[in-house]
Design a protein around this ligand. Structure first.
Ligand code: MV4
Length: 468
């Protein structure tokens, strides 16, 4: 086992990794920007190193600050968390050259899956279903038009270097294709320095279902079931659950087998996520693979009773996977991401938390770095807490989450708590009728409801005036 792990991250995930290290008896090194001096990860780690000023490009993303921090403190491994450098193959490679272990997949695997067109080709080779589309990146507009005619419109153009919804364009007909392709290329070139684009048939209303996978250094690969992540806004997940209300045992087995097969084919090591789109007719398609621990990993932990972060560290240290594959999920778990933002317009709401009363009780977990008087800096993402509940079934988990949200008090900044309360009351949500269009529809309906209520109030006021 490692002696000392440097955590190349901040916020709740840095704390989460520190907790796992404590239980393993491994020492910890926190790194922090000057904006995070008073952060809990700095306080809870055995050692802490300031790595630069607030902008992440000059601190949490800066290899020339992180690597010396690891060397000077004598860390023998680095945990990258999620975001920042978690999927940076170069960082993993340089650490390897410095004889510092990387708690994640091999750099070649990170690089392969980071190229979303290559990942798609790899899935095809592993006989994992993908949507009809291009074999790899598109050479030119003529090829794109021929392919699109074959698979049928609408189609979607995706940046090979993108992922997570960045640099995507839906094309409704032939007349738009060439124009959209060149715009997509320019944008991808500007954003990622790589203009490679691939094409797929577009599904209008799929579910986003992802499988938690794990591989060790001895060739063992398992999956730990799925998460349903269909409730998103602008490709930011808001609420995730496990298991998915859309899967039965048979579909779970087929999707899980596909996920494991793909990982075996690439010799996958450590934690990963295989993202699928699930169509309304029950067909599923590989979308992309994330080669990191994800924000929403706790819902899987709650239904499998496996500590995924501890397992990441154990597997990186060379231990064998000790967990059986396809563990049956116990009960149901839901996670609400609590962001410091206004729940109407989704604008960030940084600042000082003046009151903080966390919820508790049976089946309630709160992963957070926040506390009373903590100042949320404006430089990073707006996630302040992940509220996770676990109960015997989905209706009970929904009731437990509603109760936990009702007793969660955060004052001084605006949060997404009220938005989550509304989602939990939504009849379609309660029926488990989810898709990637859920939030758009939910927000449209909310707007319409409010406009109608305002109209009724105005009419009532006029009535009152007339009577008065
Ligand atoms: C799609 C799709 C429909 N058809 N691909 C969005 C995130 C990125 N990983 C890929 N995404 C999508 N790819 C095809 N062929 C719809 C989406 C999509 C989506 C996916 C998951 C969750 C929310 C989403 C919201 C809009 C679009």
């Amino acid at each position: 086992m490692f002696k000392k792990i440097l955590i190349a991250n901040r916020g709740e995930i840095a704390l989460r990794v520190i907790h796992a290290c404590r239980e393993l008896g491994v020492e910890t090194v926190a790194v922090y920007s000057t904006a995070d001096r008073d952060s809990l990860h700095v306080l809870y780690a055995d050692e802490a190193v300031c790595i630069g000023p607030p902008p992440s490009s000059e601190s949490y993303l800066k290899l020339s600050a992180l690597i010396p921090a690891a060397e000077i403190t004598g860390a023998d491994a680095v945990h990258p968390g999620y975001g920042f450098l978690a999927e940076n193959a170069h960082f993993a490679e340089v650490l390897g050259e410095c004889r510092i272990a990387w708690i994640g997949p091999r750099p070649e695997t990170i690089r392969l899956m980071g190229d979303k067109a290559a990942a798609r080709r790899t899935a095809i080779e592993a006989r994992v279903p993908v949507l009809p589309g291009s074999e790899g990146a598109l050479p030119d507009a003529r090829t794109a038009e021929k392919l699109a005619a074959k698979v049928g419109y609408p189609v979607i153009l995706k940046a090979a270097a993108g992922g997570g919804g960045r640099g995507m364009r839906v094309v409704q007909g032939r007349e738009e294709l060439a124009g959209q392709l060149s715009t997509a290329r320019e944008e991808a070139e500007k954003a990622f320095g790589d203009g490679s684009i691939y094409l797929e048939k577009y599904l209008p209303e799929p579910r986003h279902i992802e499988f938690q996978v794990f591989g060790d250094a001895h060739g063992n690969v398992i999956h730990l079931g799925e998460r349903e992540c269909s409730i998103q806004r602008r490709h930011q997940k808001l609420l995730e659950e496990a298991p998915s209300p859309a899967l039965d045992a048979e579909l779970r087995r087929r999707m899980g087998d596909s996920a494991v097969r793909l990982c075996q084919d690439v010799g996958y090591q450590n934690a990963g996520t295989i993202e699928f789109l699930l169509d309304t007719d029950g067909s599923f398609y590989f979308m992309e693979m994330n080669t990191r621990i994800q924000v929403e990993h706790p819902v899987t932990e709650m239904v499998t009773d496996v500590d995924l972060v501890r397992l990441q560290i154990e597997v990186a240290a060379g231990e064998r996977l000790s967990v059986p594959s396809a563990l049956p999920a116990r009960g149901h778990a839901i996670e609400c991401r609590i962001n410091a933002e206004d729940p109407e317009r989704f604008r960030p709401s940084p600042g000082k938390i003046s009151t903080f009363h966390p919820p508790g009780g049976p089946g309630v977990r709160l992963d957070t770095h926040a506390y009373e008087d903590y100042v949320i800096p404006p430089y990073y993402d707006s996630l302040v807490a992940k509220l996770i509940v676990h109960d015997q079934d989905r209706p009970k988990a929904i009731a437990r989450m509603a109760r936990a949200l009702d007793t969660f008090v955060i004052e001084g900044v605006q949060t997404s708590i009220p938005l989550h309360q509304e989602v939990l009351r939504d009849p379609a949500f309660r029926r488990g009728e989810l898709s990637t269009k859920f939030m758009e529809r939910f927000l449209d309906e909310r707007r319409a409801r409010r406009a109608a209520a305002e109209e009724a109030a105005a009419a009532a006021a006029v009535e009152e005036e007339a009577l008065g």
